[in-house]
Structure formats: C-alpha cells, structure tokens
Design a protein around this ligand. Sequence first.
Ligand SMILES: N[C@@H](CCC(=O)N[C@@H](CSC=O)C(=O)NCC(=O)O)C(=O)O
Length: 294
Amino acid sequence: MALKLTSTIAVCGGKLLKLSHPSSSTGTNMDINLYLPKQYYNSAESAKLIPSLLYLSGLTCSPQNASEKAFWQIQADKYGFAVIFPDTSPRGEGVATDPEGSWDFGIGAGFYVNATEQPYSAHYNMYDYVHKELPQVLAEEFGSKVDFFDNISITGHSMGGFGALSGYLKNINRYKSCSAFAPIVNPSTVPWGQKAFKGYLGEDKRIWAEYDPSDLVKTVTNVNGDKILIHVGTSDPFLEKHLKPHLIEDAAKGTSWEGKIEVNIEDGFDHSYYFISSFVPQHAEFHAKHLGLI
Ligand SMILES: N[C@@H](CCC(=O)N[C@@H](CSC=O)C(=O)NCC(=O)O)C(=O)O
C-alpha cells in the first residue's frame, strides 16, 4: 500500500490514524491525519459508506494542529463522518521555501494552488494534491467503508479557509458543502494572498482569478442555491488586513451567490483554535445535513 501508518491514537469513540505516503503531486512524502469515527469500527463492510470532511489548515500548520485543537472528533462521532487533515505544503530536502524566512509563504504555506513559478513549481502542487491525489490514495486503503469522492464536504481555516472556498467553487459539483473559519476571501487584494499568488503563480492576475473565491463567485453558478457558512471573530488580529470577509459578500452581489454566503462576525473571538473549536459544532451540523446524516 502507498500509505504508511505511523501511529494509531484512540480519540473519543474512534481512532486518529497518522499516515504518510510518497506523493506524485508534490514529489515529496506527505503526512496526513485521518479520523475514523466510531461508526467506522461498528459498521459492517457492506453498510452505507461513511461520508468524509476535508479540513484544510492555515499558515504554519501541520496535520497535528487541528487534530489536537479543533475538537472535530466528538462531532464526527456524533454524526458519523470521517475527517481528513492533510498537510499545508510539501516539506523536506530540496523543497524551496520563503527567501525572506517568513512563515506566510513556502513550507507550511502552500496555499492549496498549483505553482507555475520556479523554484516552487517543482513541489508546490497542493491543489492537485488535496483535490485529486489525496482522495485517491485514501480510497485505496479505506474506500470500502469511507466515501472520499461522492459524499464529501470541505472546510478550513484562514489560508485553509481560502483553500476550502476556492476548491469548492472550482469543483462545484464535487463537495456537498463548504464552510470556513476566518478565511482569506479575496487573496488577490490582500498582502498574504498577493505574496503567495505572486510567488507561486507569477504576475498574471487572470491566473490568480482562477483561484480567488471573490472572483470565482462571479463565474461559477450556484445552481442548487447552496449556502456557504463562514465565521470570523472581531478580535482576530488579521481581520482588517488579510481576511476582510465583507469582500466576498460584495463580490457575490448580483450573482447566484448573493445572500447565500452567511458571514457570522463573532464578538470577541480571535484567530486561534479557541475560536475554531467554539464554532466547530455549528460547522459540523451544517456539513452533517448536507452529507445526509441528519
Ligand atoms: N506562527 C505565527 C502565527 C501564525 C498563525 O496564526 N497561524 C494560524 C493560521 S494563520 C492563516 O492561515 C494557525 O492556525 N496557527 C496554528 C495554531 O495552532 O494556532 C506566529 O508565530 O505569529
């Protein structure tokens, strides 16, 4: 099997599997955490497939941050979905990182795009990795009991919130639902996004628009009247400079997404996993409905 199991940890009623595999998208070994809920261990092979939720983490994260601090596992057991926690970038020998040595670009900051610019294009193909290779690799081992293709939803935080919105809109028939915690909604216009897009994608803003959620809402039709759920805290230090959640609501005006993007601004919450874990139950319920679990 392509996947190597490095540890199995009992959490709530299920198990968190720490996995790694050689990735053809990134040309590196990639770590993944996969939470299999209690239903996985109680159901027969022939039972209905367990749906899954893809969680994309933010800048500086590995698969551990959300696994340890977001408290998805109790929600996954409550409703019966698996949770996939991929890494945020390629890592290891030969992987280029930020020449400035900052944490907002390079290793830990792959931005879920396919880089076209040297030297990043050699390894930074995180779009293909999370949306194409990852479900395939997981299905080879767990596909007889877990659905990684047809009954899957997507969420994420900050850079990963951008990745969730972008991946959902670019694959509009793929994910059953999308939510985001403190996402970068319009990366082409804010410093984190501009640095990443210039570094990974070059100067051509037409390529940036192919990933930018605030551009995608103008070109992708919301055929089913689906809603996107977003939470952001008023005490988030990145709110005014990098997140600017109103920009996606403004962009959606006059499109099929108008009124369909629910942005909840929560008093006093910051950018941390204290904030994320506080709203995970609401996001879990939202996804569980769309995954047919309630
Ligand atoms: N390490 C930095 C802070 C970086 C930070 O806040 N990262 C966020 C995501 S930001 C947008 O993508 C995060 O999730 N950090 C991991 C965590 O466990 O909180 C610093 O030192 O200032």
